[in-house]
Write a protein that binds this ligand. Structure first.
Ligand SMILES: C[S@@+](CC[C@H](N)C(=O)[O-])C[C@H]1O[C@@H](n2cnc3c(N)ncnc32)[C@H](O)[C@@H]1O
Length: 241
């Protein structure tokens, strides 16, 4: 079950969580995470913890480096997407999360529609996009917080899926941001995975690309046409036409 997050007074209105006056109050209330503004970014962090707060930043740090024009075409995700055909440059990122993969796809030249159903993660993403470089932000459209399966769309190059998958590693080895995402999100059931695949199929994109941990079973048990394999993750590609 997802945990409750402490919401400081400066958080956007309407988010789910427990209102707290201060970080100390969140800690005293036993809340594992708190949300508020840190250095001008909407952020999530462990109250009283030493870890750097988590926010979405498309300009600096590791993400900024990966977005370099020359590097992006070497990314396995971009290879898995292949070259867009005709005038189909649009990709639906149905599990947008913190928008990292969406930014790679946008930088590779795709027009990306981002969908995120967790209100807290959606708020982080919206804040990051509001600060993103204009050229990148123009390639990315964040829809209002919703379940992607409510979307009907057509003429897509690809639907991209990166649903949560339980980590096999011990907590200390799991990256901080991944661990925190795991705290506030529930894992999809097999039925949900199947529904996600069926929805993606029904949109008739040229291909569906699914990100999985390297050793994880195929999403919804469906074998892909081929995979782009890396050490830690692989991208399963379902060419549809
Ligand atoms: C592993 S994260 C994705 C990380 C993302 N690829 C990135 O680069 O930051 C999965 C995200 O998908 C979202 N999600 C899962 N099922 C969804 C659905 N049916 N509709 C919209 N969002 C969904 C979860 O809330 C979670 O934030």
């Amino acid at each position: 079950m997802a945990i409750d997050v402490g919401l400081l007074n400066d958080c956007p209105a309407g988010l789910p969580g427990v209102s707290v006056e201060s970080e100390d109050a969140a800690k005293e209330a036993g809340l594992k995470l708190v949300m508020g503004y840190h250095q001008g970014h909407l952020s999530l962090w462990v109250p009283g913890g030493k870890e750097t707060p988590l926010s979405v930043d498309f300009s600096h740090g590791k993400q900024g480096y990966r977005l370099d024009h020359d590097r992006v075409r070497h990314e396995r995700l971009v290879k898995a997407l292949g070259k867009p055909r005709e005038d189909r440059h649009r990709v639906v990122d149905a599990t947008a999360g913190l928008g990292r993969d969406a930014a790679l796809m946008a930088q590779a030249g795709f027009q990306v529609t981002l969908i995120e159903r967790s209100p807290l993660i959606h708020a982080l993403l919206a804040d990051g996009l509001a600060r993103a470089p204009a050229a990148l932000a123009e390639q990315m459209t964040l829809l209002p917080c919703q379940d992607s399966r409510d979307l009907q769309d057509s003429a897509l190059h690809a639907v991209y899926l990166d649903p949560m998958f339980p980590s096999r590693e011990k907590s200390a080895a799991v990256k901080k941001d991944l661990l925190w995402l795991q705290w506030i999100n529930d894992y999809p059931s097999l039925e949900e995975e199947q529904a996600m695949m069926e929805w993606a199929w029904a949109l008739s994109p040229h291909r569906i690309v699914v990100k999985r941990p390297a050793k994880a079973p195929y999403l919804a048990g469906r074998a892909p046409g081929f995979s782009q394999k890396g050490k830690a993750v692989r991208f399963d590609v379902y060419p549809l036409g």
